[in-house]
Write a protein that binds this ligand. Sequence first.
Ligand SMILES: [Zn+2]
Length: 66
Amino acid sequence: MAKPPFAGETPSGETHKDLPEGEQRPGNVLVQCPHCSRFLWVSQNQIGKKIRCRYCYEWFTVPPPS
Ligand SMILES: [Zn+2]
């Protein structure tokens, strides 16, 4: 059974098909890797800290939500 399209809930409002999973997670935030432009779920307590992208393995700082 196909899931309905994931629309209007992403921070950028687009590229929903790149989301790891089509749902929101309480306590987690969705960030976009500046290196490979993929989206990652990270814990809110990782905001402002450096994390490693699970896709391209590059490090970047999690930006605060706008
Ligand atoms: Zn990446």
